[in-house]
Design a protein around this ligand. Sequence first.
Ligand code: MLT
Ligand code: MN
Ligand code: ZN
Length: 298
Amino acid sequence: MLLRVLGSAAGGGSPQWNCGCPVCAAVRSRGLARTQSSVAVSADGRRWFLINASPDVRAQIEAFPALHPRDDRTTPLEAVLLTDAELDHTLGLLLLREARALRLYATPAVRETLCVGSGILRTLERYCPVEWRAVTPGAGLALALALADGLSCRAFDVPTGKRDRFGTGQDHGRVVGYRLTDERTGRTLVYLPGVQSLAPAVRGEIEGCACLLIDGTCWSDDELVRLGLADRTSREMGHLPVDGPDGSLAQLPSLGVRRTVFVHMNNTNPILLEDTPERRIVEKSGMEVATDGLEVQV
Ligand code: MLT
Ligand code: MN
Ligand code: ZN
């Protein structure tokens, strides 16, 4: 199974258009820019699945030849899976409206938000047929069109206290992670760009996987508060901080994951820069900070 990180930053990208924080300033002067949160996965290198469609999806597809159309309008893009209904994960659906049809895997809660909350799905359906495939957290999801593809996956519910911005009320399945399995090798990859706490059920999905791509939104819980950019902590926004006594750095080593990569970094996060003490701490712990274009063979 091959995974390509199309976008490794959180909503707003890095640097964010209206942000002059120290990290955005450093990225503008000497750092590596990153687009918004999305990955592409494939079992055979021919048929690809997007997990989340970011506002940067057009540039992300153009930057990855494996996602280019073969002839006329035949695209290797089989479907889009969604982890949640956040704009950084779904605005890109509107940029795929030229599709002949779009197959969309999402939980009922996410679909509900896209229909009566942000309305993105209602708008998209005015442009192209959308084939919704319901994702039931905990149930298997045979993504494979034929066994040859050998790619299956399971969504799992990620309990969250993040603001239900559109008040659709559904909590179960509002945020999910995906555990992908290459049926031929049995190796698994977990994609979890948004997680607030490593609750036992979430730990159970992560344990023993070959590669984990996990929420690296903020280095510290009070990062945005300290910068005067928000009045809510990372956890209150639904994101487990990397650092801290019960941050992901402290908790992950006990889960037996072979390779851990942080994704969905907020523009304020110092691990975005190669020469910061925070990045050195992450790397000394044997974990990685994703960049756009990172490819993982599992
Ligand atoms: C989040 O990750 O909490 C949301 O994507 C925030 C945003 O994009 O506004
Ligand atoms: Mn986000
Ligand atoms: Zn910034």
